[in-house]
Write a protein that binds this ligand. Structure first.
Ligand code: SF4
Length: 468
């Protein structure tokens, strides 16, 4: 059987503000995971429109498309195209799960929630010609999933081909997050077996890994065993964690010993009322500065995530946040304009309050204001957001943030990482165009190398007191 799996480009990928490097980081792991359930003799083509031109002149038996909110309209066009050609079209992903009625007319079958159980069920039905219109995820486990079909991934097109996911979901319930909608009706946080995760890591070539899990430290027992197992594997890795997990026990030190060199942290806001309104309970009352100090002391760089436009935000929020991030030496920041994604509690609340401005999903990209703001005007929010990015990534602020570290190597790493990420666009574009992006991996690995200093994570974990 001929199967085509497509990750359509987000609409923004066609916009003049699009940063090609941002979408050339990670391969479409979700689709490669589903491909693993297909028969060995199936002929599978996996295409990622962010990094390659789509060939739409073929006529596969089965077309599978992964749908996010900002690629939804593009997806529907592709789906209609392939349906007309007689292919059987399957749509799944976050947006389909949130708005099944919208996706349904464009598909032969739609998939709600994670695919590990319902996708193989569909494949069986497809063989017998008895497919259903809707496949909902019922059982939730990734304990015995087959190895991801990484052979289908065009590794050279990505900066970080070794992305990996060893869990699904997250134990928390933030109002603006897709997570609850996607996992509704079943378990919403579960992990692989530790031995299977370690085997998957072992299969990956090179040194660098990027864990795309929503919360790598979310299950302490699992994460602890994973990090123990990774000791001595000579890996450097990046991943995501919440503040409370960083502050709890010694898990983060174990992560550092296993090779963690940078972490994505959802600070979201410096205002407690905003945290309460967003149900971001895990951040409330937590000492952000203490968490940052701890991460820096064990040589872990920080990518902080912030949301602007929460109801308690005023016009000073942008400067306040940037200043705080610079003073606290965050290496990179991801700023977002609050975006009420359909299916989330935030969307429901705003809809009830009549605050949703439109349903043009193309603009639900966290760069546009799509709801009626509260303390800030729409313009103040948009301008402030743009200014925050510009200011945080100015050379002077990159330098100022770098020099907050008390270790020269950390300063250099910080400066190189932040500057390299935001200030060399033409170089990134050249590497992408020439298909040589992957050649930058050794440089990334060098920047993520270990900082040797007196107070290393190994020492922090030592049961013996240091002898001066
Ligand atoms: S902690 Fe992150 S992944 Fe988990 S619910 Fe909140 S925003 Fe979503």
């Amino acid at each position: 059987m001929n199967i085509k799996m497509i990750l359509p480009a987000l609409t923004e990928a066609k916009s003049p503000f699009w940063r090609p490097i941002k979408y050339s980081l990670f391969p479409p792991l979700g689709l490669a995971t589903l491909a693993a359930y297909c028969d060995e003799d199936d002929n599978i083509s996996l295409q990622d429109e962010h990094v390659e031109e789509l060939n739409i002149h073929d006529a596969p038996d089965l077309v599978v498309i992964q749908v996010y909110i900002t690629n939804a309209f593009r997806t529907y066009k592709l789906a209609d195209h392939y349906k007309q050609k007689g292919s059987y079209v399957c749509l799944g992903g976050l947006h389909v799960t949130s708005l099944p009625e919208e996706a349904m007319p464009h598909a032969d079958s739609i998939f709600l929630g994670p695919g590990e159980e319902c996708w193989p069920r569909f494949l069986k039905d497809f063989k017998t010609g008895k497919t259903q219109k809707i496949y909902s995820s019922t059982e939730r486990t990734i304990e015995n999933i087959p190895p991801v079909r990484r052979d289908l991934i065009k590794r050279h097109l990505y900066l970080v081909p070794n992305s990996i996911v060893v869990s699904r979901g997250c134990p928390y319930h933030c109002d603006f997050c897709y997570k609850d909608a996607f996992f509704e009706g079943g378990k919403n946080f579960y992990t692989q077996r530790v031995d299977a995760a370690l085997a998957e890591i072992d299969r990956l070539p090179g040194k660098h890994l990027y864990f795309l899990d929503d919360h790598l430290l979310g299950n302490q027992k699992f994460a602890s065993a994973l990090f123990d197992g990774m000791k001595g594997m000579n890996r450097v890795f990046q991943g995501a964690s919440t503040i409370d997990a960083i502050l709890r026990g010694d898990l983060i030190e174990k992560a550092a010993v296993a090779g963690m060199r940078s972490v994505f942290v959802g600070f979201e806001t410096l205002n407690n009322n905003n945290l309460s309104q967003s149900n971001k309970k895990q951040n409330i009352g937590k000492d952000y500065n203490e968490a940052i100090k701890r991460l820096h002391s064990i040589g872990i760089m920080i990518n902080g995530s912030f949301v602007f436009g929460l109801d308690d935000d005023d016009k000073y929020v942008f400067n306040r946040t940037v200043d705080w991030a610079v003073q606290n030496a965050l290496t990179t920041c991801t700023f977002h304009i609050l975006t009420p994604y359909p299916g989330t509690r935030l969307f429901k609340t705003m809809e009830q309050q009549g605050r949703i401005l439109h349903r043009n999903w193309d603009l639900y990209d966290t760069r546009h204001v799509v709801y009626k703001t509260s303390a800030l005007s729409e313009k103040e929010l948009k301008d402030g957001y743009d200014k925050a990015y510009k200011s945080f990534y100015s050379w002077s602020n990159i330098f100022r943030a770098s020099t907050q570290h008390d270790n020269l190597k950390h300063m250099i790493k910080h400066f190189t990482y932040a500057g390299g990420w935001k200030k060399f666009e033409p170089l990134w574009n050249f590497l992408i165009k020439t298909g040589s992006l992957n050649k930058m991996l050794p440089l990334l690995e060098a920047v993520l190398s270990k900082i040797k200093k007196k107070e290393t994570a190994d020492k922090a974990l030592s049961p013996f007191p240091a002898i001066a």
